[in-house]
Design a binder for this molecule. Structure first.
Ligand code: ADP
Ligand code: MG
Length: 318
C-alpha cells in the first residue's frame, strides 16, 4: 500500500529512494528518503497543489524564496526544490533532522528540566535573532511541532536505569509526570522548520522596510516592530510548555481560547509550577507580556539571569 502511494511521486524516484513518511500537514507530506546520488538521507516535503488556492500556492513560493536565503545552524536547510512536470506537486528537498519534533519529546518525557529547556530555548532564540536581524524575516509559526532536533546518543548507566525505574513508579503515583534532564532528552542541535507562514519585513539589500513609501500609514511602519514581537510571544509559549508539559493557553473551544489569549490570561498552575525557579517564571512572564512594547526583545532574553545562569549538571541523565 505504501508503494502505491509513492507511485504518484515517480518522477523523483530514480534519484531518491523514499523510505518512510515522517510528517504530514494539510497539503503536504514529508518523507525520509535516500539521495542515491550523494548517498545521503534527506527529507522531502511533497506539497500537493491540486486543491490549493492561488494565495496558498503563492505561500509556497514565498516559503521557498525565504528558505533559499537562510543559512544558520539552527534552521533547517533547503537543499533544492522542483515542480513535478504536471505541476501538481512541489518538492522541497530538505536537510534531514533525524530526531524529529521537540513536540514528541515533550509527549514522551512529559516535561523538561530547566537545564534542558534552556538548552532548547537558547537555540530557538539564536535562530530567530538571525531571522529578524540578518534576514529581515518573521517566522510567525514557532511551536514545538516546528522545532526539530539532532539526536545525541544517550548512554544509559546503572544509575540512570535505577532513576528511570524510580520515575516510572513515580509516574503511577503522579499521573505520568517526570522530568528529563540534559542528556536524557538526547537533544543536540535544535533546528527551526516550516516557513509556510513566515513573512519578509526588511529588505536586506536596501536596509529598508519592505514596501514602505512616504504615504504608508504609521500602523504599517510599526508593523515591523509588532511582527517581530509575535515570535517572542511564541518563544514564551514554547518555554512555558517545555517547563511544565502543557501550553499556557488552552481551551477545547476555540472562541474561549481566543478570549484567553487576547487577555493574556495564563497562570503558573500548581502543583506543576511549584518546583520551577522564580527566575524561569520571571523570564516566561516577560515573554508572555500583553503589551508588545513592554515584551522582552531577543537580546533581553539572552541577557536574562535564567539564561545566563551556570547550569550545573551533576546528574546528567536517566
Ligand atoms: P507543514 O507546513 O505541513 O506543517 P512542516 O514543514 O512543518 O509542514 O513539516 C511537517 C512535519 O514534517 C514537521 O512537523 C516534522 O515532523 C516533519 N519534518 C519536516 N521537515 C523535516 C526535516 N527536514 N527533517 C525531519 N522532519 C521534518
Ligand atoms: Mg509545521
Amino acid at each position: 500500500p505504501v508503494a502505491d502511494e509513492f507511485r504518484c511521486y515517480s518522477e523523483i524516484i530514480p534519484r531518491y529512494r523514499i523510505e518512510a513518511q515522517i510528517g504530514e500537514g494539510a497539503f503536504s507530506k514529508v518523507f525520509r528518503a535516500l539521495d542515491t546520488v550523494r548517498n545521503e538521507e534527506i527529507a522531502i516535503k511533497i506539497i500537493d497543489k491540486s486543491s490549493m488556492t492561488i494565495q496558498q500556492i503563492n505561500g509556497i513560493l514565498k516559503e521557498i524564496a525565504i528558505m533559499s536565503k537562510l543559512d544558520h545552524e539552527n534552521i533547517v536547510k533547503l537543499l533544492a526544490y522542483k515542480n513535478s512536470s504536471n505541476s501538481r506537486y512541489c518538492y522541497l528537498f530538505l536537510e534531514l533532522v533525524q530526531g524529529g519534533e521537540i513536540f514528541n519529546q515533550i509527549i514522551k518525557y512529559t516535561y523538561f528540566s530547566e537545564d534542558l529547556s534552556r538548552h532548547v530555548i537558547v537555540q530557538v532564540v539564536r535562530s530567530i535573532k538571525y531571522l529578524h536581524e540578518q534576514v529581515g524575516v518573521v517566522h510567525r509559526d514557532i511551536k514545538p511541532e516546528n522545532l526539530l532536533f539532532v539526536p545525541i546518543p544517550v548512554v544509559p548507566t546503572p544509575v540512570h536505569e535505577q532513576r528511570r525505574r524510580q520515575s516510572d513508579d513515580a509516574n503511577k503515583l503522579d499521573e505520568g509526570k517526570f522530568k528529563v534532564n540534559v542528556g536524557a532528552g538526547g537533544i543536540g542541535t535544535v533546528k527551526l522548520a516550516d516557513f509556510g507562514l513566515s513573512k519578509v519585513l526588511w529588505d536586506r539589500n536596501t536596509n529598508t522596510p519592505c514596501g514602505t513609501v512616504g504615504y504608508t500609514a504609521p500602523e504599517i511602519v510599526k508593523d515591523e516592530y509588532y511582527s517581530k514581537s509575535v515570535d517572542v510571544w511564541a518563544i514564551g509559549c514554547v518555554l512555558y510548555t517545555l517547563l511544565c508539559g502543557f501550553p499556557p493557553f488552552y481551551d477545547t473551544d476555540p472562541r474561549n481560547l481566543a478570549e484567553k489569549v487576547s487577555k493574556g490570561e495564563y497562570c503558573f498552575l500548581s502543583p506543576w509550577w511549584d518546583e520551577i525557579s522564580k527566575e524561569a517564571k520571571d523570564l516566561v512572564s516577560n515573554l508572555l507580556t500583553l503589551d508588545p512594547s513592554k515584551r522582552y526583545t531577543l537580546d533581553e532574553i539572552l541577557q536574562h539571569p535564567w539564561i545566563l545562569q551556570n547550569s550545573q549538571i551533576t546528574e546528567p541523565a536517566f
